[in-house]
Design a binder for this molecule. Structure first.
Ligand SMILES: [Mg+2]
Length: 167
C-alpha cells in the first residue's frame, strides 16, 4: 500500500515536468487532474499560460486527457476551453477513471503519465494501473472540505515515506 503512494516524479509546478524524460520513458499521453493541478480549486477558468503550455504538449505529440472526481458540467466547461477530452466523476483512486482516460487517448496505461496534486487520489490511482505518476504542488491551499481531511493523512504518509527512505 505505502509503495503505491510513492510518485515516480515530484515537481513544484507543471512547467517543471521534464517532457524529454517522459518521451524517453515511452510516455505518449498525459492524464491530468483538474482541481489544484490545472486550475485553482473551484475556479471556472483556465489561465492563459496553462492553456499555452497544454497546447505546446499537444504540439509535441502528447495525447491529453483530464481525469477529475468533479462533476461533468464543471469538468466539461474547462475541458472545452482547452479542447481536451475528459473523464468526470472518475472516483479516483479507483482504476476505472484512469483506465477510461487511457482508452480515450487510445494508449496502453504504461505509456500514460498521471499528473496530480494528491497522493491518495491521483498518485495512488495512477500507480495502481502502472502509469508514470507525477506529483505536483497544489496551486492553492483552498480545497474541498473532504480534501482537507485527506491532506492530513497525506502529511502523515509523506512523513512515513520519508522516514522509511522511500521519498
Ligand atoms: Mg486535485
Amino acid at each position: 500500500m505505502l509503495k503505491l503512494l510513492v510518485p515516480c516524479m515530484i515537481v513544484n509546478t507543471l512547467y517543471d515536468i521534464k517532457l524529454t524524460e517522459l518521451k524517453q520513458r515511452g510516455i505518449r499521453g498525459i492524464a491530468f487532474d483538474l482541481d489544484n493541478t490545472i486550475i485553482p480549486w473551484n475556479s471556472p477558468d483556465i489561465c492563459p499560460e496553462v492553456l499555452v503550455w497544454l497546447n505546446n504538449l499537444a504540439a509535441q505529440d502528447f495525447k491529453l486527457c483530464f481525469v477529475s472526481n468533479n462533476g461533468k458540467r464543471r469538468v466539461r466547461k474547462i475541458a472545452e476551453q482547452c479542447g481536451v477530452p475528459f473523464v468526470a466523476r472518475a472516483l479516483k483512486p479507483s482504476r476505472s477513471g484512469f483506465r477510461q482516460a487511457a482508452q480515450t487517448m487510445e494508449l496502453r496505461p504504461e505509456t500514460v503519465a498521471v499528473v496530480g496534486d494528491q497522493l491518495f487520489t491521483d498518485i495512488l490511482g495512477g500507480n495502481r494501473l502502472g502509469m508514470v505518476t507525477i506529483w505536483v504542488k497544489p496551486l492553492t491551499t483552498k480545497e474541498f472540505i473532504g480534501t482537507k481531511v485527506t491532506r492530513q493523512l497525506e502529511k502523515l504518509a509523506v512523513h512515513v515515506l520519508k522516514v522509511t527512505g522511500r521519498l
